[in-house]
Write a protein that binds this ligand. Sequence first.
Ligand code: MN
Length: 483
Amino acid sequence: MEREIRILHTGDTHIGYRQYHSEVRRQDFIDAFSSVIDDAIDMKVDAVVHAGDLFDSRNPTLEDILDTIKVLSKLKQQKIPFLSIVGNHESKQHTQWLDLFESMDIASRLGTKPFLIDGVAIYGIDNVPRSKIPLYDYSDFTAENCGEWNILVMHQLMAPFPFGEWDCEDVISSLPFDLHAILLGDYHKHEKTKVGSTWATYCGSTERNSASESDPRTYNIITINDDGLDISRRNIVTRDFLFIPVELREKDAAYELIINTIKGYDVAGKVVFLDISGNSDVSISYNEIEDLLAKQEALVTRIRDMRHGEGVSEDMDVEVSFSDPDEAVKREIKNMTLTSGGILIDEVVRDSSVPKTKVDLETESKMGVLLSTIDFSVPVLNIGLRDSSQVVGEYGKAEIDVEDSHGETIAEPAENYAPDNISKYIPEVQDTNMITASTIESVSDDETSKDSDDETPEDPEKKSVDKENVHAKPRQYNLGDYL
Ligand SMILES: [Mn+2]
C-alpha cells in the first residue's frame, strides 16, 4: 500500500427521531451525528462510511433534511467523501434521500460498482427485507476494478451474530472477489467478529434509540495499511439516561421513599427512568413524582412501574409474538370500519396467490363484481336540485353540475346526491331538499384534507383518535364510498 487508509464507520443515526415526543431529543440525534462528523474531520479520515438509517423515517421533515445537509456540507468542505447505503427506516419506493444528497455532491451512494480510495474498494448493498434475502441476486458484482482491499457495507442482521437473518458466509462466498470486511448497520450495538479471514462489524447507533441501549454509543475506525486491516471502537458523548430504582415496602412511607431516592440523584437535563418495584399493594399517583422530577429539571421522565409488568414494554428488548399473526391482522382490520371495497382491496393485496404484477388487474375485476352488486337505482327526480343543472351524461344517467375544488363546474352523477345517500352520510341534515352542491363540497374538502395528511403525527395517540373520528363519520357519498 502506498499509504495508510482510515475510514470512519458509523450508522443508525436515526435523524429526525423525536424520542419521547421531545424536540430536545430530536436535536440530540442530529447533534450526535454532527459530533461524529466533527471527529472524522479532526482525524482527517479518508472517508466516512454510513451503514444505513441516516434518517429515522422515510419522511423526514425539511428541518431534518436541512440539518443533515449542513452536517454533510462540513465534510464536503474538508473533501472527505460520505459513502452510504439505504437502511430500512428511511427506504423509499424508488428514488432515495441519498440520491438527493448525491445529486448535491455531498454524498455517494454505494452499490455493486466500487468506490475506490487508492487500493481500497468499497461496495454497498441497501437493506433487503427479510423475505427477499434468499432471492438476493449477486450477479451485478464483478471482479472488475476490485481493490487490493475490498469492503462491503450492509444494513442487515447478519449471522454468525446470534440474531442473524442473512449469513456473512453466504455473502463472502457469493462475491467474485475477496472480501476483507463487512461494515454493518441495523443492530444498534457495537459488535466485531471474524468470518474466516473477513471481519464483520457493527458500528453501533449514534444515539440511544431506546432505554435498552444503555451502553455508551459508538462508531468504528477502520485502519488499512501494510500490516493489515484493523477495527477500533470510539465512544460518543451523548445525553445521559439515568435509571433510578425504587423498591416500595410499607404503604405509608411510599412517597417519602420515592422523593428521597430521587433527591439522591442529579437528574437535571437527563432522560430519567424511575423504576418502581416491590409491594404491589401500595398505590401511588405518578403525577406528583413527575412534577418533582420536572422541578429538578429532568429532560424526560419515564415512570416504569415494574409491579404492573411495565418496563417490559417497548423500551426493552422484547420479542412480540402472536399465536397467529394473520388472525391478529384480521381482527385489527375489522376494527377499522373499512367499507366492503376497502376490505376487498386489502384481501387482494394480502393474498399470496396473487402475483404483485396482477394486483391492479385482480382488484379491478373484483371491484367490478362488487360494483355490479350495488343498487344505484335511486329516485333521481325527487332530488331538490335545480332542474336546469341536470343533464344526461355520457352513460345515459342523470347528472348534476357541482363545483369541484378549483371552482370549476363539473357534471357528477346525480345518484351520488340522491336523498337516500345524502341523509345516510350527513346525519345532521335531515331535509335533503336543503342540500346544495356547496354543502356537499365542504364536507368533501374537509375529509380530503384529513385523509391526505400523511405527516408524521406529533402524538400518535391523538392522531389515532382523529382517524377514528374520520372513520366514524361515513367517508364519502359517491362511488368512492365503496373503495
Ligand atoms: Mn436502525
